[in-house]
Ligand binder design. Structure first.
Ligand code: S3P
Length: 427
């Protein structure tokens, strides 16, 4: 489906954004492994999280969907999953694939995991390698590095895994396998990635240790069902934060946004660029910090983004690049080579699609260099590369172009932000 986006003169109003994608996935998975019934509210009904629901139903877990955002997961207990009768299809979702592989590594049965064309290109060796070290049998294309992957799990031994990448998906996959392993399992990473798994396992009653940067769990730890309220996704709020910052005269409030410090890099960088963002009503809900964000249009200046902040804003780089096109001076984003293995190669796709607006964007080996202050041109025809965050980032750029923009394959937005177009319209 194609979408036409018209430039706007101002955005204003108060909105909520859909539930956090990372937290929604984990709530379903941990609920599936728990003893008792987990009730989830604020669930993200995006295609990715629905893939997780579908896979765990195929693994024998009863999941009731009361409304788009309310689910009850009837936990099967730590050893209650069943061998699926068919392939487990994760769709576009890397989080489903990598976290579920960790769980499947601990199951004494066989299954096959696959996904869409993007998933079948994304590196799975990064999680399969440590899971094999623990004793799981995992095979697949390209020497066992690409989906479809076949898994026969069970009889795992705890390891201490030194991950070469800062990846919450790798960390979580290994820790989840650790629940099924003998002894203790630990993970270390070069920089700290998002910690929703650690927080939520604790909410489910699991003892998660931390010693000198190594996160640990004990094999055989049981999960006790709990109620999870999912906060709004800061990665979705990011599109509105940038949109309201670059459209002069805007005033937008986004209520109930998750503000976990491992996710708020986008706020730090936008503030440094001169954005006017206020954090209001800070509170803690279900072990996660939450607040309301008020953002007003303001002139931005270029900045350099590199080093340990990168994992704290990795999913926000495409929209940050849009902000940079409207900032005075040069913005450089480095140490972000991980972007090449996201839903699309986001270094290439961000640069190529932004250039269609006339933006001055240079592709670097590990990031982007953007010369800002360029008036964006209307008339661009954008290819999303089936990447939801590219679609929405380019829609934000389209708001400040001097004519309408066409975005192809708009439906990819439903992966993480169903209703994005309507919400923008309301603002
Ligand atoms: C996620 C971790 C990140 C992020 C992804 C969601 C998660 O991926 O990009 O959108 O929920 O654990 P990596 O673990 O590959 O960095």
């Amino acid at each position: 489906m194609e979408k036409q986006i018209q430039p706007v003169t101002r955005l204003s109003g108060a909105v909520t954004v859909p539930g956090d994608k990372s937290i929604s996935h984990r709530a379903v998975m941990f609920g599936a492994l728990a003893d008792g019934v987990t009730r989830i509210t604020g669930f993200l009904p995006g295609a990715d999280c629905l893939s997780t629901v579908d896979c765990f139903r195929k693994l024998g877990v009863q999941i009731e969907q009361h409304s788009a955002t309310e689910l009850s997961v009837h936990g099967a207990g730590l050893t209650g999953l069943q061998e699926p009768v068919d392939v487990l299809d994760v769709g576009n979702s890397g989080t489903t694939a990598r976290l579920m592989l960790g769980i499947l590594a601990g199951q004494p049965f066989h299954c096959t995991v696959t996904g869409d064309a993007s998933i079948r290109k994304r590196p799975m060796g990064r999680v399969a390698t440590p899971l094999r070290q623990m004793g799981a049998h995992i095979d697949g294309r390209d020497g066992g590095r690409l989906a479809p992957l076949s898994v026969r799990g069970g009889n795992l031994q705890g390891i201490v895994y030194e991950s070469p990448v800062a990846s919450a998906q790798v960390k979580s996959g290994v820790l989840l396998a650790g629940l099924f392993a003998e002894g203790e399992t630990g993970v270390r990473e070069p920089e700290m990635s998002r910690d929703h798994t650690e927080r939520m396992l604790q909410a489910f009653g699991v003892n998660v240790g931390q010693r000198d940067g190594t996160i640990t769990v004990q094999g055989g730890s049981r999960l006790t069902a709990t109620d999870i309220h999912v906060p709004g996704d800061i990665s979705s709020a990011a599109f509105l934060l940038v949109a309201a910052s670059i459209v002069p005269g805007s005033d937008v409030t986004i209520r109930g946004v998750g503000l976990n410090p491992t996710r708020t890099g986008i706020l730090d960088v936008l503030l440094e660029m001169g954005a006017q963002i206020e954090v209001l009503n800070e509170r803690v809900e279900g072990g996660e910090p939450v607040g309301d964000l008020r953002v007003q249009g303001s002139p931005l200046r270029g900045t350099t983004v590199r080093g340990e902040i990168i994992p704290r804003l990795i999913d926000e780089v495409p929209v940050l690049a849009v902000a940079a096109t409207q900032a005075e001076g040069v913005t450089e984003i480095r140490d972000a080579a991980e972007l090449k293995v996201k839903e699309s190669n986001r270094i290439a796709t961000t640069a190529n699609e932004l250039r269609k607006f006339g933006a001055d964007v240079e592709e670097l080996e590990d990031g982007l260099r953007i010369r800002g202050g360029v008036k964006l041109k209307g008339g661009a025809v954008i290819e999303t590369h089936h990447d939801h965050r590219i679609a929405m980032s380019m829609a934000v750029a389209a708001l400040v172009a001097d004519g309408p923009t066409t975005i192809r394959d708009w439906e990819s937005v439903d992966v993480s932000f169903p209703g994005f177009a309507e919400l923008l319209q309301n603002l």
